[in-house]
Design a protein around this ligand. Structure first.
Ligand code: UDP
Ligand code: MN
Length: 378
């Protein structure tokens, strides 16, 4: 609105000049002045003509100068990098500039948004411009990395996060482990550098679906050094679930305190948008071999340092101005450790009925009352 006002004002001024509105009165005035000069004495004529000449020049130039000044002061035209006038929110055009990846020189930190990904293209088209605008408003240096699993194995969210961490430059001093289908809506959710320890943005009291107290999935901000310290995530989690609970056990063991947003004005209903239709985006809950048995426990064998993969290709794309790096990744599976990375041959638990002694400390499965701690939102 302000901008179109501004354009309108500039346009009006231009039209005025074109139509010669500033000069309309000049011919009559000049005739009057000349006839007056003819009627007075010669010496006075020279002085008077000189004075009138100056007044005439002022008359021509002052209105133009005033208009230029008013263009800069009255009109709240948006300058590059100044978004304070854009209150409309989602303006999906080139003019907006809010989506664009940009430098925020006042922010001393740099955030790598790591998105474990496979076959969620529609969600990405919504997510990328949304998060970019959200973080540009907070003036946070950031870049989006989509770690796209292109092999034929089962989806492995944790290993993809390890790959994203290893592939993003160490100049990113913190990472967001970010689901592609979880869009932050409340501007009070600040993606600040987590100096105190991991910051769980998608907290149980805010996430639309998961509400158990030890939940740390969805969106988690972690300092680069802390991610290293715990050797990233386990590589044993092929298929849906528990990789985030195992990561929780790692953080606790390293005595890193997890903080969460407090006192927000929003709730589980309106803090995030979860673009997830479970009929279309089915969760892979299959268990095969001894998967169930092993993935219940803390993994001290695999992590960031044991992640094996190939980068098949790398693409830089822009989604409505948001810059996104896509890493097409082929994960390797060590079948002697995790044969369940491919369940096509052996569905069902081969160790069923076998009772093994387990150290209770090592059990990472949260005890969940599904009714109380999970909402069927998608
Ligand atoms: N994901 C993906 N493709 C899949 C499964 C999962 O891209 O086939 C990624 C995606 O980023 C998604 C995240 O993993 O947001 C978590 O998976 P999902 O949404 O199925 O889990 P939820 O948290 O909804 O139970
Ligand atoms: Mn989801």
């Amino acid at each position: 609105m302000e901008q179109s006002d501004c354009h309108l004002r500039k346009f009006v001024h231009h039209e005025k000049k074109k139509s010669g509105q500033h000069y309309l009165k000049e011919p009559n005035l000049v005739v009057d002045v000349i006839s007056f000069i003819m009627r007075i004495r010669r010496s006075s004529k020279i002085v008077l003509s000189f004075g009138l000449g100056i007044v005439f020049l002022f008359y021509i130039f002052i209105p133009t100068a005033t208009t230029v000044t008013s263009k800069e002061t009255d009109c709240n035209c948006r300058k590059d990098g100044d978004f304070s006038h854009n209150t409309a929110g989602h303006v999906a055009n080139e003019d907006s500039g809010l989506y664009k990846s940009q430098n925020h020189p006042d922010d001393p930190h740099k955030l790598a948004i790591l998105i474990p990904f496979r076959d969620r293209f529609e969600e990405l088209l919504e997510f990328a411009p949304h998060i970019s605008e959200f973080l540009n408003r907070q003036k946070k240096n950031h870049h989006i990395f989509v770690i796209n699993q292109v092999d034929n194995l089962r989806f492995n969210r944790a290993s993809l996060l390890n790959v994203g961490f290893l592939e993003s430059s160490p100049t990113f001093d913190y990472v967001a482990m970010h689901d592609v289908d979880l869009l932050p809506l409340n501007k009070e959710l600040v993606y600040e550098f987590p100096s105190e320890g991991p910051f769980h943005v998608a907290a149980p009291h805010l996430h639309p679906r998961y509400h158990y107290p030890t939940f740390i999935g969805g969106i988690l901000l972690v300092q680069r050094v802390h991610f290293h310290k715990v050797d990233g995530l386990s590589n044993k989690y092929w298929g849906w679930g528990l990789e985030d609970d195992e990561f929780y056990a790692r953080l606790k063991e390293a005595q890193l305190s997890i903080t969460r947003p407090g006192n927000l004005t929003s709730s589980t209903k309106n803090t995030f948008r979860h673009i997830h239709d479970r009929r279309i985006r089915k969760r892979d809950m299959i268990k095969c071999y001894n998967q169930q048995e092993i993935t219940r426990k803390r993994d001290r064998q695999t992590g960031l340092s044991t992640t094996r993969y190939h980068i098949q290709s790398k693409r830089e794309i822009t989604v409505e101005g948001a810059e996104v790096t896509i890493l097409n990744v082929i994960l390797e599976c060590n079948r002697s450790i995790t044969p369940w990375c491919d369940c096509t041959e052996n569905v069902g638990n081969t160790l069923k009925g076998q009772k093994k002694r387990e150290k209770m400390d090592d059990i990472i499965v949260p005890k969940i009352d599904r009714k109380k701690h999970i909402t069927q939102d998608g």
